[in-house]
Structure formats: structure tokens, C-alpha cells
Design a protein around this ligand. Structure first.
Ligand SMILES: [Zn+2]
Length: 433
């Protein structure tokens, strides 16, 4: 089942030719339409003509999440707003989200890469796909949605949460595919057990799981508990959303849609490309996007690229399942959380010290975040009511910044261990087993 055999199975030479042509067009587009990139290129004495093909990719400057924040909301867009037909956004460290935009053609490319991904993972026209990713500013729900419609599957756009309803519809509508985060899949399995639902009796056969790192052991658990094949889909809004890469039935790496996104792996120390077969930070350059073309975006995800031909027949490079990151970002219930976001909230409060500890756990397959916060000596009081009010205030501030529920625990001054080097701010007790 190959959605676009002509592209997905093309020879490396042919592919490089397409990538080179599109890369040159992209460089020209950003140079003349995005002041940020023009300035960055001028700073290193680079002109669009210097980029003659994919062999010159490493001459281009990197883009980071911070660059997107600094250009909030629309300053990296390469087209007038009248051409932008949709925006999505994800949470950011300063409370301001990272905003991405799409032209009509971008949306069409996105549906195409998701259609390829779904087909690659075994989803086809006769399937009924229950999309339990959140719909809204998050790219998960709507991203999978249009690709699934393009494939011709029956879409059940239930969005995230409401587990009882998820299970009822799954059974009544005879869903064959579930798309959600892997941790939610395990949560669903447990809920079935509690309700005495036998997964083997459902029609479910495939899961499309992404938006958070997960291991092959977790895959085994999900597959055994839900009686399905659990497939990994990869994407990030800065590049497109879900569908940047997806596993095929061999479950041995995710095929990247290389005619839209050129992947590289770099050393986080030297920022140079790592040798073939070595682990490095994944970097993407978009080569077809119109609204938000991005040069060499540092994803912070660590992976290995594998250019060997895959048994499925696809020639598109495979990236190894991502399980680690090169920064301190946490993914909690599919939401990106940076410790610095919490720090900035605490810094704005007079009653607290910016000494804190994040404790992440997984209960019943749902991630929880508990935050220990040190109270300033001057405000520390034995009066329970005062402390309760303070707890409420901090909880509210942090929740509205992160967009997820958290539990705040106030601790006495100087109880959180100080360290001389990099402060240990995170205790992640989730076992990615
Ligand atoms: Zn394959």
C-alpha cells in the first residue's frame, strides 16, 4: 500500500534533483520575503545564488524555536496574510505561543503527506478512523483529519478526552483505527479493562500514535493490550504538523517525506552534520512551504537517519524512533512544557523564590506534573489559609501559562537542594518502558 509510489519509491538521484530545485526556490523566497532570513544570510555573507543545490544546505543558517518566538506572531511569514488560510499555535516559554501559518497549497501538501503516512501505516479507504488528538490550535487533530479524508477513510472527529464516549463510539461505530498519543492509548486500554470491554472483540486494528516520545517496549504493551498494530507518526507544527514522517509495516524507522522536508542530523556541540549512521539532533528544512518556509530548524529531537532501502519498497530515508531530546523540554499529555516557563511565572511573584522542582509521574497511564515551589522567608507563614491562597494563585498562574493542569506544593525556604552546576529541576519518574 503505497499512496504515491512515483514519489515515495523514486531513486535517490531523482529525489536529490527535486530537493535541489525546491531548496533554491525556498532560499530565494525567504531572502526576498522574510527580513529575518535576509538579515541572517547577509550577516554570514550569503546570497541566494550561493545555494546551487542540496550540497550547499549546510551553508544556510539554523532556525530555532526562539526565532519563532522573537518573530511572534506573523513576522516569519513569507506571504501576505491574505494568502494565509489557517494558523495553528503551540505553547511557548514566555506565555506567548509559537504561531505557524498555511496557504491553501500548504494545506494541500499537508493532507498529501498525512495521506502517505496513514497509508504507510496501513490505513486505507475502508477504515474508520477515530481521531482522538485535540482539535484546535494544536496541529494533531486537524492535521490527521484532512489526510484521513484524502485517503477516503471514514473520519470520526471526536477530539481528545471524554474516555467513556471514546469507548462507546469505538464500539458502536466499529472504529478500526485510533489516532492519539501513545500514553492515552494505554489509558484507553486500562479503561476498557475496568469496564469489562474485551479489545479483541472490537474492530480496532491499528493505532496512529505520536506527539510524544515512546519506546518500542511501550509499543509492545499497547499492541498486546489493545490487540492492534501500534504505528509511530512524527511531526511538529514548526515544520508542518503530523505527517513529516511515519512508520511502515516493518516498524523499523519512520519514512520522512523528503520531497517536502529535508532532514539532517547534527552534532549539538559542533553543529556540523554527524557521520552516516550516527545519532544527532534532527534538523529540517522545508522546501515546498509557502506561508512559513523554515531553513534548518533545530527540532532538539535526537535520532539516526537510515538511507538503506526499506523492505516495503519506499526509498525515502528512515529516521529512528525519537526517544530523547537535546534540551530540557518535557512532553506532558502531548503538551510541550519548558521548565523556564514555570520559572518565569515564579519570578514574577513576590512570594516565591525561583527555586522549584518538577516531578513528573505517570498514574494510570496519564502524566501528572507536581511542582514544588519554595516560599520566600518573608512570606512563609504558619497560617494555613494564607498558604492555601498562595497555592491557588500559583496553580492558576502556572496552569494558564502551560495550558495543562498541575499540582503545586509549597515548601519551606531552602528545602530544595541547591546545586553548583546545572540545577536539577526535573524528576521524571515516568518510565518509558
Ligand atoms: Zn518501509
Amino acid at each position: 500500500m503505497i499512496w504515491n509510489e512515483h514519489i515515495e519509491c523514486m531513486s535517490r538521484d531523482e529525489l536529490r534533483e527535486i530537493q535541489s530545485k525546491r531548496l533554491c526556490e525556498t532560499v530565494e523566497r525567504v531572502y526576498y520575503n522574510v527580513p529575518f532570513y535576509r538579515k541572517k544570510m547577509q550577516e554570514i555573507g550569503l546570497e541566494p545564488e550561493d545555494i546551487k543545490g542540496i550540497q550547499d544546505l549546510s551553508k544556510l543558517p539554523f532556525t530555532t524555536k526562539q526565532d519563532l518566538r522573537d518573530n511572534y506572531p506573523f513576522n516569519l511569514f513569507a506571504v501576505p496574510m491574505s494568502e494565509v488560510v489557517r494558523v495553528h499555535a503551540s505553547s511557548g516559554t514566555t506565555g506567548k505561543p509559537t504561531v505557524v501559518g498555511y496557504t491553501r497549497r500548504d494545506l494541500s501538501s499537508w493532507s498529501e503527506v498525512v495521506a502517505r503516512s496513514l497509508h504507510c501505516a496501513g490505513v486505507e479507504k475502508n477504515d474508520r478512523i477515530q481521531i482522538a488528538y485535540g482539535y484546535g490550535l494544536f496541529t494533531g487533530g486537524l492535521g490527521i483529519h484532512y489526510g484521513a479524508e484524502k485517503v477516503g477513510a471514514t473520519v470520526i472527529p471526536i477530539s481528545g478526552g471524554n474516555t467513556k464516549k471514546q469507548l462507546n463510539l469505538m464500539s458502536d461505530f466499529e472504529s478500526t483505527v485510533i489516532a492519539c498519543t501513545p500514553s492515552y492509548a494505554l489509558y484507553l486500554a486500562e479503561a476498557m479493562e475496568e469496564k469489562g470491554i474485551d479489545p479483541a472483540k472490537l474492530k480496532l486494528k491499528t493505532g496512529i500514535f505520536g506527539a510524544e516520545p515512546w519506546t518500542n517496549n511501550m509499543r509492545k504493551q499497547i499492541e498486546a493490550k489493545l490487540h492492534i498494530k501500534a504505528m509511530d507518526i512524527y511531526g511538529l507544527s514548526e515544520i508542518m504538523g503530523p505527517g513529516v514522517a511515519c512508520e511502515c509495516s516493518y516498524q523499523n524507522g519512520l519514512h520522512v517525506a523528503e520531497d517536502h522536508f529535508i532532514p539532517e542530523t547534527i552534532s549539538t556541540d559542533t553543529l556540523k552534520n554527524v557521520d552516516m549512521g550516527m545519532e544527532g539532533e534532527l534538523v529540517f528544512t522545508t522546501i515546498t512551504k509557502e506561508a512559513l518556509p523554515i531553513l534548518r530548524y533545530r527540532t532538539r529531537d535526537l535520532t539516526v537517519l537510515n538511507y538503506d532501502k526499506c523492505e516495503c519498497g519506499r526509498t525515502m530515508v528512515r529516521m529512528q524512533k525519537c526517544t530523547g531530546r537535546s534540551d530540557d523540554m518535557l512532553i506532558i499529555r502531548g503538551v510541550n512544557v519548558f521548565p523556564s516557563q514555570i520559572e518565569s511565572v515564579l519570578l514574577e511573584m513576590r512570594e516565591t523564590k525561583p527555586h522549584y522542582l518538577l516531578i513528573v509521574e505517570r498514574h494510570n497511564n496519564l502524566d501528572t506534573l507536581e511542582i514544588w515551589v519554595e516560599v520566600d522567608e518573608a512570606f512563609f507563614s504558619d497560617e494555613i489559609r494564607k498558604l492555601e491562597n498562595l497555592t491557588k494563585k500559583i496553580t492558576h498562574e502556572i496552569q494558564s501559562t502551560l495550558g495543562i493542569s498541575v499540582k503545586v506544593k509549597l515548601v519551606e525556604p531552602k528545602t530544595i537542594e541547591r546545586s553548583e552546576g546545572k540545577a536539577k529541576r526535573i524528576i521524571d519518574r515516568r518510565k518509558l518502558v
